[in-house]
Design a protein around this ligand. Structure first.
Ligand code: SF4
Length: 245
């Protein structure tokens, strides 16, 4: 049994699954729509959504991820600053080929100042290991950098206030592929509100960068039935990373 297969079985155990899934995705993928390794990802009809640019109004053009983080640490652009313990600017490889975007800090993240710690973070690490993209090779950021009260989803005004930071982080990292985790991240990057099931399993684009949307790890912990579609989604991301485009 390969390392990847062993990891996948362990992941299914963690998710409470009682089935073994090692076959190929049952849903449309870039490969199914004519994409092959070595060729640019060409999604099928209706699979590409051209995304609006994120607004970037009047802020300085932060020159590095460190200066973005420093600006976040001082930020009081929205009410979320009132309840934060630490800001969570994001972290990872500044030249990552894969950049993940989550929703916002939870309790553990607020206390530690790091994204995706706790059970959801452990699950994310396992998912990343399965596509041979361990945490130290990727960059992880959130839509908002301060914890919303009681872990509620960030409000539209809060997302809008925080938008310049995420935009600049993506511009600086210049990832080959973006992976949005959950509907809040999807909505923030796409600029449209749709059920996640309608957005996953296809290649979108953010400012020309391929963007895959899948379930948030916390949602996978609550709903093990989503593990298979999430696995399909991250494999699409892996295919895009490996493509020559
Ligand atoms: S959530 Fe973003 S915009 Fe709001 S205070 Fe924190 S860093 Fe600033």
């Amino acid at each position: 049994m390969t390392e990847a297969a062993r990891g996948w079985l362990a992941l299914q155990q963690d998710l409470g699954g009682d089935e073994v899934i090692l076959d190929r995705p049952m849903v449309a993928t870039p490969a199914a729509s004519g994409w092959r390794k070595g060729a640019p990802p060409i999604p099928g009809p209706g699979m590409v959504i051209t995304l609006p640019q994120l607004a970037f109004g009047g802020e300085p053009a932060w020159e590095s991820l460190e200066t973005v983080a420093a600006a976040i640490a001082e930020c009081r652009r929205c009410p979320l600053c009132e309840g934060r313990t630490k800001t969570v600017p994001g972290e990872g490889n500044p030249s990552a080929r894969l950049m993940l975007v989550g929703e916002g800090p939870g309790e553990n993240e607020d206390l530690s100042g790091r994204p995706f710690v706790g059970r959801a973070g452990e699950l994310l690490d396992k998912i990343l290991a399965l596509i041979e993209a361990p945490r130290e090779t990727v960059f992880i950021a959130n839509v908002v950098k301060c914890r919303p009260p009681k872990n509620r989803a960030p409000l539209p005004d809060e997302r809008e206030a925080c938008r310049p930071y995420l935009r600049r982080q993506i511009e600086l990292v210049k990832p080959k592929v973006l992976l949005a985790l959950g509907s809040t991240a999807a909505e923030a990057l796409l600029g449209v509100k749709k059920p996640l099931i309608e957005l996953r399993n296809r290649v979108h684009r953010w400012d020309g960068i391929p963007l895959i949307i899948t379930y948030h790890p916390a949602a996978l912990l609550r709903n093990p039935n989503w593990k298979r579609p999430a696995w399909d989604d991250v494999r699409i991301a892996r295919q895009l990373i490996d493509s020559d485009s």
